[in-house]
Design a binder for this molecule. Structure first.
Ligand code: PMV
Length: 311
């Protein structure tokens, strides 16, 4: 082939961020409407990457994960780790809890496989994205990597996964605090709390895990009230764990004050995005306007049930 093509998508964590790092279950949904694409072309010499997103290339070491994604895929195909350039077109906002680096890596893995006429199954693509992610992010749980290759909602625990269908109506509204949250630091802060106050921290993490189990049931049957209530409780726990922030609290308060059924941070926290649940037939505009007035830097509407788009 002259070029290989691959695509992937953003993800949104609904329940279980942070507790998932410590072995508890978590729930995330693929956001197919926000995509990343990559083209892989043969070139002479070392592996290289380019991206059309200045927010991605502005970061020091941004090439690490994409280059590792090419290398890991070539290695898996039994090919030498050289002679490929990947160009990335990503619509996934970077550093906002949408899993941009996993999405980009997922698109690259698919593009490099396509360049060599190889079909990689979902599990293999997950493993390669996770391998690439590990380089830059220390020790991610794998929730991002797995959701990046998913068609449906994902219930994830210690690398094991179950995809399921969400019956919930209404919509999720995602709002950006505009503050860059370092997932690595937030994860380290939780670990420090576990060392300082093991009993309290373990109780909080256990509860987040238990909520994720109950939430899967509520999402499957479409119980919006219960889902919203569990989002609110998760947010209170995440705040106690030290991963909320003034900006997150302001957006969460604005969303629930304007009628959202529940709201919480999504992803690493200490910045990044919040997710709010709008009930079926409820006024999404009121919530959106309240979020904007409270300083949201970006707002996205995400349907609860993923719509895989022809891949
Ligand atoms: O910040 P994000 O969207 O990459 O999500 C991080 C989720 C954590 O549970 C905090 C970390 C992890 O490895 O799962």
């Amino acid at each position: 082939a002259v070029a290989g093509h691959g695509r992937s998508h953003a993800k949104l964590i609904l329940f279980g961020e942070h507790s998932v790092v410590h072995g508890h279950p978590a729930i995330a949904v693929p956001v197919h409407a926000i995509g990343a694409e990559a083209d892989a072309v043969p070139v002479g010499g070392a592996l290289s990457v380019s991206s059309d997103d200045a927010a991605i290339t502005a970061r020091e070491g941004w090439q690490d994960v994409p280059v590792m994604a090419i290398a890991a895929t070539l290695r898996r195909l039994g090919l030498p780790e050289e002679g490929v350039h990947a160009s990335i077109r990503s619509r996934v906002p970077a550093g906002r809890g949408f899993g941009s680096s996993a999405a980009v890596a997922g698109a690259i893995v698919a593009a490099v496989a396509d360049l060599h006429g190889a079909e990689l199954d979902r599990q293999t693509r997950f493993e390669l994205v996770q391998e690439a992610e590990r380089v830059a992010h220390g020790n991610p749980s794998g929730l991002d990597a797995r959701t990046t290759v998913a068609d449906r909602a994902v219930a994830f625990q210690r690398g094991a996964v179950r995809e399921f269908d969400i019956a919930l109506q209404g919509s999720f509204v995602v709002a950006d605090t505009g503050v860059h949250g370092s997932t690595r630091r937030a994860v380290a802060d939780v670990r420090a709390l576990l060392e300082r106050e093991p009993e309290r921290a373990e109780t909080l993490l256990d509860r987040l895990g238990a909520i994720a189990v109950d939430a899967e049931r509520a999402l499957r049957v479409g119980d919006a009230q219960a889902t919203g209530g569990m989002m609110d409780e998760s947010q209170r726990i995440l705040r106690e764990l030290g991963v909320s922030s003034v900006e997150i609290e302001a957006l969460v308060t604005a969303a629930t004050g304007a009628g959202a059924l529940g709201a919480k941070l999504s992803g690493g926290g200490q910045g990044g995005c919040i997710v709010a649940l709008i009930g079926d037939g409820d006024d999404a505009t009121a919530v959106t306007e309240a979020l904007r007035a409270a300083g949201a830097a970006g707002i996205w509407s995400v349907p609860p049930a993923p719509h895989p788009s022809g891949t």
